[in-house]
Design a protein around this ligand. Structure first.
Ligand SMILES: Nc1ncnc2c1ncn2[C@@H]1O[C@H](COP(=O)(O)OP(=O)(O)OP(=O)(O)O)[C@@H](O)[C@H]1O
Length: 221
């Protein structure tokens, strides 16, 4: 198993996001380690903006207030690259100029020392998701499901403190979608990572098993 050191709750405290004077959303929630908070709502309601706020890369066109905490640590004004957020988008966004293994190695923290140790960690990460032997492959030669698994492992080897999932299953077909949901949520649970999931699909929310916030609506237990 990969070493994931942090297991602290993630808190959105009175987070309000506005665009051109209009309030898009206002959210307060605490996500416990291993839990998934699902955010649903119509297109344009600000779901991706909320994840961008949490990741520290909200476009300056938006006006945000409120706080983001991991445990007691206030991340609100911490730079994106120091938040230890693990982010998955719709697209796996693998680096095309690196091999599959190179994509994983890229994310292994510098604190993991030694070429062989780093290499072994990347090999193990691939094997964990059924991709043993894929290290030297060009990412372009992988299927959509294989790319999605590489993207997940690239996030997990980076030892994130929390996960931000922006419709990560929406480009997969039904069977793969089911598999990836199980994989992502079980890995998040095993690692004790709090996660925020944005989706349009209520089956994703059901599989996530945690609280659901409908933007503009009430939180459901
Ligand atoms: N950089 C930007 N500058 C100005 N407006 C933006 C910018 N990015 C997004 N918007 C607008 O902000 C609103 C919220 O966008 P956001 O992408 O967060 O919505 P969403 O709920 O994630 O939508 P979808 O479900 O379609 O992905 C939308 O009206 C969008 O057009």
């Amino acid at each position: 198993m990969l070493e994931i050191p942090e297991t602290r709750p993630l808190t959105l405290s009175d987070v309000t996001i506005r665009l051109a004077e209009r309030t898009l959303l206002a959210v307060s929630a605490t996500v416990m380690p291993g839990e998934v908070l699902t955010i649903m709502g119509p297109s344009g309601s600000g779901k991706s903006a909320l994840l961008a706020f949490a990741g520290g890369f909200l476009d300056p066109a938006f006006d945000a207030s409120g706080r983001l905490l991991i445990g007691k640590e206030d991340l609100t004004n911490v730079a994106a690259n120091r938040r230890h957020a693990g982010i998955l988008f719709q697209d796996p966004l693998l680096f095309p100029h690196l091999s599959v293994g190179g994509n994983i190695l890229f994310a292994v923290p510098p604190s993991v020392r030694g070429r062989e140790t780093r290499h072994a960690l990347a090999e193990r990460a691939l094997a964990e998701v059924g991709l043993a032997g894929f290290f030297d492959r060009d990412p372009e030669t992988l299927s959509g499901g294989q790319k999605a698994r590489v993207a997940l492992q690239r996030v997990l080897v980076s030892a994130p403190h929390f996960l931000l999932l922006d419709e990560p299953f929406s480009k997969l077909d039904t069977a793969l979608r089911q598999q990836m949901r199980e994989l992502v949520f079980s890995r998040a649970r095993a690692a004790g990572l709090p996660a925020i999931l944005v989706t349009h699909d209520s089956a994703d929310a059901e599989a996530a098993g945690g609280a659901v916030i409908e933007i503009g609506g009430e939180a459901k237990p």
